[in-house]
Design a protein around this ligand. Structure first.
Ligand code: HAX
Length: 482
């Protein structure tokens, strides 16, 4: 009976043709609206998707709500909840073998289908990915242009916030710490917090959340550049006129950091796309979701995500890899990069009790396609770079070493193995800064997802925890009664 009502609603929304389509549509990967006129603004595009998506969730819960999605063993509870399926996250999905798909599109598909910078850009514009993640649709050129213009207009940071950042002790504060301070400072502008204080309806939270998300995403390159120039370039900031012609986020970021090359613009576009989202369970994405579930606004939620990203097993690996590669080069001391020499140095890292940064993954079981996309970029633009050659050689060596060590579940390289050598090649040599770039990108995915959390009215997160004593009592009691 309730399914009949849902089917009628879906027909009304032009989501299915008749009630008998319902079951087959539920089984498909995703619903598509049967006919729409293409909305020009991102807000309108998201708005047009919310009711159909709510209806889809309703149908799925109606049909499968009592099915078991995953289980959790005692070992998983102690083991970082690895592989426990207990969360729904719409913007991306990570397959262990194939890697990430953004709204169903693989990285090569995104590179092919998303609009590029005019006249000769080859990498997808991050603004196109933002549209895709928020709406589920590949945007048209004009839709992407509207996002580019919108973000460009929002890309200003209040002077007092910049001055506060200028006065931080740059040499003693890691750039990621400065970054989270900046995001927390900007929180005073949150439209969501303001709307909540004025009694906004729950059904309207998503729009305030989207407003905050867009403003924050637009401001992050400005903040990142300020931190970079303060910390590494004696507070010599790039004049605003220099970035006036930069119509997309990647180019604006590149130019405000102080880089003038069109290749580096392309690298920034690629970097911002690749690091944006990696489904919901990784530390930064989950932190944003968790903190946002308390209705903390997008600034507060994203600052939490950044703090997670700053850990060496997660986003800080971006910086750790380059340091490790440079140490390798130093230890080689002019000896050739042979398999034998590199193998010995890898074992040295392991014997010293360290992980080999940039290898392994909690979910992936093959080479990360984000690594592959960066490798392709390197093969095109810097095939003879010595550090790229080192990375290439390690691709042959490290998996064998890790296999032989016998502990890791995935001996293959992840995204962080490659990014540092690309940035360094173009002169961005300050590896302490790399995770800030990662954070600028991660906002695109995690905040898109946060908008959907509010659009779907997801509740505060509160999984159940137990103690070791509880586990003992529970299972001992069970074995006595058996
Ligand atoms: N080098 C050496 N040992 C490694 C290893 C590596 N690259 N990767 C995993 N291991 C070890 C683990 O430390 C663990 O050892 P213990 O049993 O002694 O604790 C064992 O192998 C099993 O670990 P796993 O199940 O294969 O991996 P996890 O899911 O626990 O951890 C990590 C996944 C990514 C954290 C891990 O592979 C790692 O530390 N890699 C190096 C750091 C890194 O590159 N991090 C970035 C990952 C991508 C990302 O999030 N980017 O932001």
């Amino acid at each position: 009976m309730r399914s009949d009502r849902v089917a009628a609603a879906l027909v009304r929304l032009k989501y299915i043709r008749n009630a008998s389509d319902l079951v087959s549509e539920v089984r498909k990967k995703s619903f598509r609206v049967l006919s729409t006129s293409a909305p020009q603004t991102l807000t309108e595009a998201v708005r047009s998707k919310i009711e159909p998506m709510k209806a889809q969730v309703h149908v799925v819960r109606e049909q499968f709500g009592e099915e078991v999605l995953g289980t959790c063993t005692v070992n998983q509870a102690y083991g970082g909840m690895r592989s426990v399926k207990s969360m729904v996250y719409e913007t991306s999905l990570l397959d262990p073998e194939e890697g990430i798909r953004f709204r169903g599109y693989s990285i090569p598909e995104c590179q092919k289908l998303l609009p590029k910078a005019k006249p000769a850009g080859e990498q997808p514009l991050p603004e196109g990915l933002l549209w895709l993640l928020l709406t589920g649709d590949i945007p048209t050129e004009s839709q992407v242009q509207s996002v580019c213009m919108d973000l460009k207009q929002r890309a200003t940071v209040p002077e007092d916030v910049l001055h506060f950042l200028d006065r931080l002790p740059h040499k003693r504060l890691h750039p990621m710490t400065q970054f989270t301070i900046a995001v927390n400072l900007l929180q005073r502008d949150s439209r969501m917090t303001e709307a909540y204080a004025h009694g906004a309806a729950k059904s309207a939270y998503w729009e305030h959340c989207l407003e905050d998300a867009l403003t924050l995403i637009a401001r992050l390159p400005v903040i990142a550049a300020r931190i970079y120039r303060n910390t590494f370039h004696g507070a010599k900031h790039i004049p605003l006129e220099t970035t006036a012609n930069a119509d997309d986020m990647g180019k604006r970021l590149a130019r405000s950091l102080g880089f003038e090359s069109t290749e580096f613009d392309e690298l920034m576009r690629l970097y911002l796309v690749l690091h944006a989202d990696h489904e919901g369970g990784n530390v930064s994405a989950h932190a944003v979701r968790l903190v946002g579930s308390a209705l903390s606004d997008p600034y507060l939620a994203f600052a939490a995500g950044l703090n997670g990203l700053a850990g060496p097993l997660h986003g800080l690996a971006n910086q750790e890899v380059l340091r490790w590669l440079l140490q390798m080069k130093e230890k080689l001391g002019g000896r050739p990069m042979t398999t034998e020499n590199l193998t010995e140095l890898c074992w040295q890292t392991l014997r010293e009790g360290h992980v080999i940064p940039g290898f392994g993954h909690a979910v992936l079981r093959r080479t990360d396609p984000r690594y592959t996309a960066q490798r392709e970029f390197a093969l095109k633009y810097l095939p003879h770079d010595e550090m790229f050659q080192l990375v290439s050689k390690l691709y042959e060596v490290v998996p064998q070493v890790l296999e032989e060590q016998g502990k890791v579940k995935n001996p293959w390289p992840n995204v962080d193995q490659h990014s540092g050598v690309l940035l360094r090649y173009y002169g961005l040599v300050e590896s302490n800064f790399y995770t800030v770039l990662f954070g600028v990108s991660r906002a695109i995915g995690t905040l898109s997802s946060l908008v959907w959390d509010r659009a779907l009215g997801l509740p505060i997160e509160r999984p159940k925890s137990v103690t070791t004593q509880w586990i003992r009592d529970h299972f001992e009691k069970r074995s006595v009664s058996a």
